[in-house]
Ligand binder design. Structure first.
Ligand SMILES: Nc1ncnc2c1ncn2[C@@H]1O[C@H](COP(=O)(O)OP(=O)(O)OP(=O)(O)O)[C@@H](O)[C@H]1O
Ligand SMILES: [Mg+2]
Length: 273
């Protein structure tokens, strides 16, 4: 039975899609089967990891809007062996017109119900990349999930993003009381920047145990890799990003009750960039 994790922040541009992609590969390296779900009609995650996006016929839209559609028909291979994806497409813009939560009480449960058909049993982890918005799609993600993780940047908007995300999660927990936070993961930290370090220290102090031990430092190669449809592991194994994501996978898996052997968990360096 797969563990389902939403990658969520109501604030945009914090690294949700980048983390979904690289974390999926980092977890797969521990011999786990991983399914990504792209819930963002911008399709950033889909573009990052589907080799020939023009050959995509079905997407998560079909899964959500058509109960006769077989969910496994929307599963595509990614550039990482052992990581599959249910892609997004532009039709997600109109999903609320088709499954209207005001007239259809099951609208919020669609993703959860559909993942149960042939997908839960085929994967160890399902990672859902959310769009930065309060919407039926994001609510579907949180109701389908066992866990969620919140990437943040150490900038002046981060605290507000966390607050907004917290209150949204609170409402999702009314429907899915088992939803658990893995943690807040600091992303793209540049330790040379005083402002970023001030916010980093503030967040650590204010939210202490909610902040994950792993800090994903800024690493330009992570961005370059994605533009080449590669994870950091495929792009250049010597990059610091490899260490960040090995460590992040180890921490995520441990917090999901699925710990890996210490020797696989990276090179033991904690959170240094
Ligand atoms: N650790 C990192 N180091 C360097 N660049 C990064 C890092 N993480 C993310 N980026 C870059 O930051 C930008 C935003 O990342 P991404 O698209 O993953 O954010 P997002 O939260 O998914 O955005 P949106 O809210 O629009 O969906 C991208 O250009 C990405 O390559
Ligand atoms: Mg994104």
């Amino acid at each position: 039975m797969a563990r389902v994790i939403s990658i969520l922040n109501i604030k945009g541009g914090v690294g949700k899609s980048t983390i979904s992609f690289n974390l999926a590969h980092a977890i797969q390296r521990n011999n786990k089967r991983v399914l990504l779900v792209d819930l963002d009609m911008q399709c950033n995650l889909t573009d990052m990891c589907v080799p020939e996006p023009e050959r995509i016929t079905y997407s998560v839209y079909d899964l959500l809007t058509n109960e006769d559609f077989l969910p496994t028909n929307a599963v595509y291979k990614t550039v990482v062996q052992g990581v599959d994806i249910i892609p997004a497409d532009l039709r997600l813009f109109e999903v609320e017109q088709v499954i209207n939560p005001l007239t259809n009480p099951a609208a919020m449960l669609m993703l959860r119900n559909r993942l149960a058909v042939g997908l839960h049993d085929s994967y160890d982890y399902i990672i859902i990349d959310c769009r930065p918005e309060i919407s039926l799609l994001t609510m579907n993600a949180l109701i389908a999930s066992d866990h969620y993780m919140v990437p943040v940047l150490c900038d002046r908007h981060s605290v507000r993003g966390i607050d907004m995300t917290d209150s949204y999660v609170k409402s999702a927990k009314r429907v899915n009381p088992n939803l658990q936070e893995i943690g807040i993961v600091i992303n793209a930290l540049d330790r040379r920047k005083t402002n970023a370090m001030t916010i980093y220290n503030y967040l650590r102090k204010k939210l202490n145990e909610r902040i994950m031990e792993t800090v994903v430092g800024t690493n330009a190669a992570i961005e370059t890799a994605a533009t080449h449809q590669q994870t950091i592991f495929q792009y250049d194994a010597r990059q610091p990003g490899v260490r960040y994501f090995k460590q992040l996978a180890a921490e995520v898996m441990r917090k999901c009750g699925d710990p890996i052997a210490v020797e696989d968990a990276g090179d033991g360096e904690a959170e240094e960039n």
